[in-house]
Write a protein that binds this ligand. Structure first.
Ligand code: GLC
Length: 521
């Protein structure tokens, strides 16, 4: 059996830095806050943290509008703080993955200020300027083109108008951005999560996007068109391969792509001869209906489509989507944890998932996310899934000594780390046990996945290899269920954490929303 790279057997933990831990009382999380919680993360058992953007930014999109790719926003700390965090994380065996935002900069980035200063500026072509707009739409609503009075042209912004798109067809842009990667890799960061990877290259003829016949009222307005010409262009794959080559200059690092595409198109991002992204993020579990049939189908389709040698990965939540416990309820959140941590490949989880944390409703006057402000009332705002991590039941949850930038919600009085530490069978303990089980039984990481099958409301599959055979059964219904098994086995872990070590043979009785991992004889 070939040695796996660290990222292949990793559980990656996404930290939204504004909301993880504040250390200086300004109500916004920071690097020293993360530092303070490294022991918590090590105990949880995760292998890597991915930290959402921490760079200088006017915060129009909370850091996804970068004004300096090689700096640290003072709100999060200093470069010394970052260096210390990196060192301390590494000291605990934790890898550090940064967010790289290549599609666009902030409109305050010096490059854009220069680009917009005159049509003749050498950096004019670093961004995408046109005399006439086409019909492309911004992902956050409205046209994707903004008219610039001073120079009489339009610039492209696939997101906010404060986020002008870089022109990746310009070799100088490539060179400058690849040097950004090298800057952080030289410091020792272990890889990147690349923001909107599939959108980086646009049609060279700027053809209009066709209407989307499937558009329904209530969907975000950018879905009125199919983004055929503004994303997932054929040229993207060469660019991703070049980016990967830069990361590979530094040995064992990882390149992860944020890509929301159907499975066949997603798979292309592994690249020719797997020289593309190491991990094109697989978001299909966070988009599918929660039923044994649907989830089973997602797993089977994804596995079947993986190119030879491509390494799978699974995600249940992130800072752009409703939290899993809100989507499927607290009881099923435990089943989801077992599902996630028994699937093959690399696992990414979102901070607070281990607490079964829910979305926090945000009163209209406290909305921060511009997406919600531009298209209000459709439930598009992402503040609810970005609220502060509840460390204890105190009014500000141990997150800050000041006033938290987003409310913690009432639920945090019960759903918090300190409380779950006291309960032997909390979802947090379940996460710890599952991660530990994944470490002990490498079959769960790299073994064969077979027998994916939905029977009424129970999803089952087997993981086998290394001389082991593990059966996973997940009851996705609120009623008890029975599943037939041939042979006998021992329960390694139950979602209720109370059946470990018990023998099972013949039909297994599952309680409502119960899942089991059984080691078969
Ligand atoms: C990605 C990020 C999202 C951000 C957008 C624009 O989808 O995950 O948070 O708003 O890109 O950068």
């Amino acid at each position: 059996m070939q040695e796996l790279s660290w990222w292949q057997h990793a559980v990656i933990y996404e930290i939204y830095p504004r909301s993880f831990q504040d250390s200086d009382g300004d109500g916004v999380g920071d690097l020293n806050g993360i530092l303070r919680r490294l022991d918590y993360l090590a105990l949880l058992g995760v292998d890597a943290i991915w930290v959402s953007p921490i760079y200088p930014s006017p915060m129009a999109d909370f850091g996804y509008d970068v004004a300096d790719y090689c700096g640290i926003h003072p709100l999060f700390g200093s470069m010394e703080d970052f260096d210390r965090l990196l060192k301390e994380a590494h000291g605990r065996g934790l890898k550090v993955i940064l967010d790289f935002v290549p599609n666009h900069t902030s409109d305050q980035h010096p490059w854009f200020l220069e680009s917009r200063s005159s049509r003749n500026h050498p950096k004019r072509d670093w961004y995408i300027w046109r005399n006439e707009p086409n019909n492309w739409l911004s992902n956050f609503g409205g046209p994707a083109w903004e008219y610039d009075e001073a120079t009489g042209q339009y610039y492209l912004h696939s997101f906010l108008k404060q986020q002008p798109d870089l022109n990746w067809r310009n070799p100088a842009v490539k060179a400058a951005m690849f040097d950004v990667l090298r800057f952080w890799l030289r410091k020792g960061v272990d890889g990147f999560r690349v923001d909107v990877m599939w959108m980086m290259i646009k049609d060279d003829q700027f053809r209009d996007n066709p209407p989307n016949p499937g558009y329904r009222m209530g969907q975000p307005s950018f879905m009125r068109l199919l983004p055929v010409y503004s994303s997932d262009r054929p040229e993207i794959h060469d660019l991703v391969a070049e980016m990967r080559a830069v990361v590979d200059e530094f040995g064992e690092r990882v390149l992860i792509g944020e890509i929301y595409l159907p499975v066949p198109k997603l798979m292309a991002y592994y690249g020719v001869d797997l020289r593309g992204a190491n991990l094109p993020f697989n978001f299909h579990l966070l988009q599918c209906a929660w039923s044994a049939q649907e989830v089973g189908k997602v797993i089977a389709d994804y596995q079947a489509a993986l190119p030879a040698g491509a390494w799978p990965n699974w995600v249940l939540g992130n800072h752009d989507n409703a939290r899993i416990a809100t989507r499927i309820g607290a009881r099923q959140a435990r089943v989801a944890a077992m599902l996630l941590l028994t699937l093959p490949g690399t696992i990414t989880m979102y901070y607070g998932e281990e607490l079964g944390m829910c979305n926090v409703p945000i009163p209209p006057d406290q909305v921060k996310d511009t997406f919600e402000k531009i298209e209000p009332g459709l439930g598009l705002g992402r503040d609810p899934e970005r609220t502060p991590m509840p460390w204890d039941g105190s009014p500000t949850g141990g997150f800050t000594t000041g006033w938290p930038w987003l409310p913690l919600g009432d639920e945090h009085e019960i759903v918090n780390v300190a409380q779950m530490e006291r309960e032997d069978n909390s979802i947090m303990q379940l996460y710890r046990n599952l991660i530990q089980t994944r470490q002990t039984y490498r079959t769960l990481v790299s073994g064969k996945l077979a027998g994916v099958h939905a029977e009424n409301h129970v999803l089952r599959y087997e993981r086998s290899g290394h001389g082991q055979r593990l059966l996973v059964v997940l009851n996705m219904a609120p009623e008890p269920a029975q599943v037939a098994i041939s042979g006998s086995g021992t329960v390694l872990i139950s979602t209720q954490l109370d059946r470990e070590g018990s023998e099972v043979r013949g039909p297994i009785d599952l309680r409502a929303a119960e899942g089991l991992v059984v080691r078969m004889e």
